[in-house]
Design a protein around this ligand. Structure first.
Ligand code: ADP
Ligand code: GLC
Length: 487
């Protein structure tokens, strides 16, 4: 089938989180299943900086109305070593050629013209789906992701023949909500303006547009698909989602084995497999500790090392974890490595813990792909106390790397981590530690409990083997997406 993927990020060209990883792994797996894939992303400055003249060509120019004027958008086609199919870049300097993150100004606030930026991008995607550049390539399915492309399913009404459209929610917490005034200025269609359409709390939501106008709606784990239909996780959209339950599917993300496999991971000083797990992990732990300026003495290598990697936002339960660390430092010999960036308050809190416990708490504020891999490989436990987690990739990476996750029972965490209960241990399914209240107390006592298991090396190794044997390849999920495309 011909499938056009459109999203606001895709690894390795541009990444702020798991969305980018999915926009790499899923199209690749669908390509392996003999589909004809095109992927289109915005031409942010950091994407343009990665392009090489000999593998980039201009396909043509499209015009799209923005906020008060028409933007000219040049479509570049690149051949990239990571992708076995053409990738299209929607280049528009006025909207995307800027410093900082795709969504945020370098000072941390949302770009004030985000509505216009992603409306123009969505208009371009709809035109590409209509073969507006006369490339003789028309998708049968357009697969779009999150609020930034939420208008696409609505805009496809002008495309004839209209391709089918799948909309995937990676995170319902980001709804792309803007005012009625912006709706008018963007010249969006009035027949979309209703409670049955895009209207949301007297403004409008691009995410809601995606939910309402797509043919098939998916989200990234079965448990999250159920959760978003409830008031606790639905952000006010639970009624709408319940009414669309017939077209909503929860499909677990996969892990891309070319970049996340301890046996081949290029970021690790030592690769390892389930057979070489002990020396392998020990040497990565040594490198990780040395990187933070420690001698990594034999005694230190025996102490449990707990890691965290993630965006420092409310979703990730960072406060739950940080508030528990003093107690864990005082009552155990555990050390910590924390990698992340995001809310200033959380960053400050992390730095303060590092100052207070310099021998025990190591902090890196920033985004560092290589260090993320080393944390996954070098730690004994991986902390992921997310309050909600649509899928979560980090816990799957940590399972593959034999680093047992400590997680709250929600979303994709609930679908991937099997709690170390006596019964699950006996059946060799246990692969991590689960807590059932999103509180500091529950998290801390679960870490104490996990550390109780850690001292029994033989038993711990069995849990690590269970974790490493889980199959999180993309093949199964890609096949499920295929089945839905076909239907
Ligand atoms: P989310 O998409 O909600 O951020 P996921 O667990 O799905 O959460 O994916 C997060 C991805 O982003 C992982 O690949 C993780 O390694 C990466 N990541 C997050 N923060 C950092 C960071 N500070 N440095 C490096 N990689 C990071
Ligand atoms: C979102 C979610 C995360 C998920 C990722 C990829 O960022 O927060 O749980 O793994 O998208 O689908």
């Amino acid at each position: 089938m011909k499938v056009l993927f459109a999203a606001s990020e895709a690894y390795p060209l541009i990444k702020t989180g798991g969305l980018a990883d999915v926009l790499y792994g899923l199209p690749l797996a669908l390509h392996e299943l003999d589909n004809e894939i095109r992927l289109v992303i915005p031409g942010y400055r950091s994407v343009l900086d990665k392009l090489k003249p000999d593998t980039t060509r201009e396909l043509g120019t499209l015009n799209a109305w923005g906020d008060g004027w028409t933007h000219e958008v040049t479509i570049l086609e690149i051949e990239h070593e990571a992708y076995p199919f053409p990738v299209w870049i929607a280049e528009c300097a006025a909207l995307f050629d800027r410093p900082g993150n795709p969504y945020l100004h370098p000072d941390g606030y949302d770009w004030p013209d985000n509505a216009e930026r992603y409306c123009v991008f969505s208009r371009v995607v709809a035109q590409l789906a209509d073969d507006a550049l006369q490339l003789d390539w028309r998708p049968e399915v357009v697969h779009v992701h999150d609020w930034q492309t939420g208008l696409v399913p609505a805009l496809l009404e002008d495309v004839s023949p209209r391709p089918r459209c799948m909309f995937t929610i990676h995170n319902l917490a980001y709804s792309g909500r803007f005012s009625r005034e912006i709706f008018e200025r963007l010249h969006l269609k009035w027949h979309w303006w209703s409670e049955e359409g895009v209207e949301f709390h007297s403004g409008f939501s691009m995410l809601k547009a995606g939910i309402v106008y797509c043919d098939v709606l998916t989200t990234v784990s079965p448990t999250y698909a159920n959760e978003i239909c409830t008031p606790e996780f639905g952000y006010g959209m639970e009624g709408l989602l319940q009414s669309r339950r017939h077209k909503l599917h929860g499909i677990l993300n996969g892990v891309d084995g070319t970049s996340w496999d301890p046996a081949t991971d290029v970021y690790l000083p030592e690769n390892y497999t389930p057979e070489s797990i002990q020396p392998g992990k020990q040497n990565n732990k040594k490198a990780l500790l040395e990187g933070f300026g420690f001698d990594a003495t034999p005694q230190q290598l025996q102490q449990p090392l707990l890691g965290f990697v993630g965006r420092l936002v409310e979703q990730k339960g960072v406060d739950i974890m940080l508030n528990a660390i003093p107690e864990l430092v005082h009552h155990t010999d555990a050390c910590f490595v924390l990698l992340g960036s995001g809310d200033y308050g959380h960053e400050q809190h992390m730095n303060e813990l590092a100052r207070r416990y310099p021998q025990r708490v190591n902090v890196y504020i920033g985004y560092e792909e290589g260090l993320a891999h080393l944390v996954e490989a070098g730690c004994d436990l991986f902390m992921m106390p997310s309050r909600f987690e649509p899928c979560g990739l980090n816990q799957m990476y940590s399972l593959k790397y034999g680093t047992l996750p400590v997680v709250y029972n929600t979303g994709g965490l609930a679908d991937t981590v099997v709690n170390a209960t006596d019964e699950n241990i006996r059946s060799k399914r246990a692969n991590g530690f689960v807590f059932y209240n999103p509180t500091r107390e529950a998290f801390a006592s679960t870490v104490f409990w996990a550390l109780g298991h850690f001292v029994n090396k033989k038993h711990w190794q069995q849990l690590q083997l269970n974790a490493m044997q889980a199959d999180f390849g993309w093949e199964r999920s890609a096949q499920t997406y295929m089945d839905i495309y076909k239907s």
